[in-house]
Design a protein around this ligand. Structure first.
Ligand code: GLC
Length: 537
């Protein structure tokens, strides 16, 4: 890896879904104290940075994505002083820290929204959000036909007759980014955390901040310009943010959560004067198919290189079905973000694990940076059978119980021991983990896998640590080598080849001096189906 390029061009960033990472105080919910105690684990895993899901004061209507105060840490997770200690200790371990910022909406308990509710329709307090009168003779119809991402209309009516917009839950009113105070407030929040040492931010729903001021109905069929997603004017906001980040020392960086229709539209977020990086969800959405994956890889690299931005690969996060389970079906369907992922066919856990191991080696060998979602290094599957009574994701209620939502990928991590809470909470805990852990996770704990050469954890450790030291890995380019259908082979300079066998036949490894790491045993120079290997040339 080049030592002169900024860290974010090559970084492997570990996603800490803080509610489910490690519980320090025994209340059944993960927290900063738990995270601090596990920093040595993250250091030895070999990642470069941590992205921490929202930890701010929140009524938790959407797991913390409904923020009541961006300058306070929720008491469930700790205090600002503990956050400062965490940042300092992480830095001591060589780990950077990137919190999540949620600029599209606040909680309905935020001081601004409470003031808006207390004020009259048409008052300045309401202008920081998106309030409108309803349609129809009595204003009983919503102002337009927009729908919430979580199901149902995107508008809620107040007793005084005014409606307010929420692209997500009603507890998450959308801010009005045409309002200068909204812009100033977020710049001030960024400074607040930058001056406390954070290394950057993950920007939630970066593609949603600007709405067409006319708030037109969403027309049926395909539309050239969407009235609220991915509008060109969002880039003005991020140009200002980039300049703001540059005022601080030490390469502070942003990563955008931006869902766009095409890779071209995504590239616009990471132009030189825009954000540093953006998640590449096309890779996550691809099926387990060599052609599909190669197309996604090529398109992403080609388009990002036109704006000189690095790619950031991701296989799982807190919003989607874990990839060990997505890949654990014979037929892996291409995922579309407008639909919940519906797996087809019976789960074959061994198949899912095999492919997840191969996918990890593929992802970590690609040019650019990568994200590891907590628990993928333990090979955790989606928990598909959570009882309905424990489901907490607002999607479950908002969809009228037709979509179980995202709780299955958010189950608290198993650290040690033979039974729940598997070391997630301390021995004297006063409460059970906020979501129940499966009874058969004792072999999946970090403790059980440590030192077991065949485990997912040791595969991640080996690959991540190799990646840190290998001069060919991280940022730069790849060259595809000739290979039969179903097999991906690429080389990187100097002296590195990655082979992924997605065909049904064993594949003879190309010329090499040694196998650096493989996702399974290589016998007689043959790589078995659904396996991958890194080779030295
Ligand atoms: C993003 C987050 C998701 C959250 C939503 C609303 O998509 O990743 O978890 O529910 O934004 O803030």
């Amino acid at each position: 890896m080049s030592t002169t390029a900024p860290w974010w061009r090559s970084a492997v960033i570990y996603q800490v879904y803080i509610r489910s990472f490690a519980d320090g105080n025994g209340d059944g919910v993960g927290d900063i104290a738990g995270l601090r105690s596990r920093l040595p684990y993250l250091k030895s895993l070999g990642v470069d940075a941590l992205w921490i899901n929202p930890w701010y004061k929140s009524p938790m209507a959407d797991g913390g994505y409904d923020v009541a105060d961006f300058r306070e840490i929720d008491p469930l997770f700790g205090t600002v002083a503990e956050a400062e200690q965490l940042i300092e200790e992480a830095h001591g371990h060589g780990l950077r820290v990137i919190p999540d910022i949620v600029p599209n909406h606040t909680s309905d308990q935020h001081a601004w929204f409470r003031a808006a509710l207390a004020a009259r329709p048409g008052s300045p307090e309401r202008e920081r959000y998106v309030f409108r009168p309803g349609r129809g003779p009595d204003g009983t119809q919503p102002p337009n036909n927009w729908v919430s991402v979580f199901g149902g209309p995107a508008w809620t009516r107040l007793p005084d007759g005014d409606w307010y917009l929420h692209l997500f839950a009603p507890e998450q009113p959308d801010l009005n980014w045409q309002h200068p105070e909204v812009r100033e407030e977020f710049e001030s929040i960024l400074r607040f955390w930058f001056s406390r040492g954070v290394d950057g931010f993950r920007i939630d729903v970066a593609h949603g901040l600007i709405k067409d001021p006319a708030l037109p109905d969403l027309p049926p069929g395909p539309h050239a310009r969407h009235p609220h997603w991915d509008r060109d004017e969002v880039h003005d906001i991020f140009r200002t943010w980039r300049r703001l980040a540059a005022e601080f020392d030490g390469d502070r960086a942003f990563v955008a959560e931006a869902w766009t229709d095409t890779p071209e539209r995504l590239a616009a977020y990471v132009r030189e004067d825009g954000l540093h990086t953006a998640f590449n969800f096309d890779f996550l959405m691809a099926s387990w198919d060599s052609k599909d994956l190669r197309t996604v890889i090529d398109d992403s690299l080609t388009l990002l290189s036109t704006v000189d931005a690095p790619a950031t690969w991701v296989l799982s996060n807190h919003d989607v079905m874990r990839h060990a389970s997505r890949y654990g079906r014979k037929k892996v369907t291409r995922w579309s973000p407008t639909e919940p992922y519906r797996p087809e066919g019976v789960l074959d856990p061994a198949l899912g694990t095999r492919r997840a191991r191969a996918a990890a080696l593929l992802m970590l060998a690609l040019p650019g940076g990568a994200y590891v979602y907590q628990g993928e290094e333990l090979g955790l599957p989606e928990v598909e059978d959570l009882p309905e009574s424990v489901l907490q994701d607002p999607i479950w209620e908002r969809s009228g119980h037709t979509d179980r939502g995202r709780d299955g990928c958010r189950v608290p991590l198993p650290w040690s021991g033979r039974s729940a809470p598997y070391g997630f909470s301390p021995d004297n805990a006063s409460a059970a983990p906020w979501l129940p852990q499966p009874a058969d996770w004792s072999e999946r704990t970090a403790q059980a896998q440590t030192g077991d050469k065949a485990s997912m954890l040791e595969l991640y450790r080996t690959a991540l640590n190799l990646r840190r030291d290998h001069p060919a890995l991280g940022d730069s380019t790849l060259t595809w080598l000739d290979s039969p259908e179903g097999v991906l082979v690429f080389s990187r300079t100097p002296g590195f080849t990655c082979v992924v066998n997605l065909s049904g036949e064993p594949y003879p490894l190309p010329e090499h001096t040694s196998v650096l790491v493989s996702s399974g045993p290589v016998q007689d120079g043959l790589l078995a189906p659904d396996h991958a290997a890194w080779l030295a040339r």
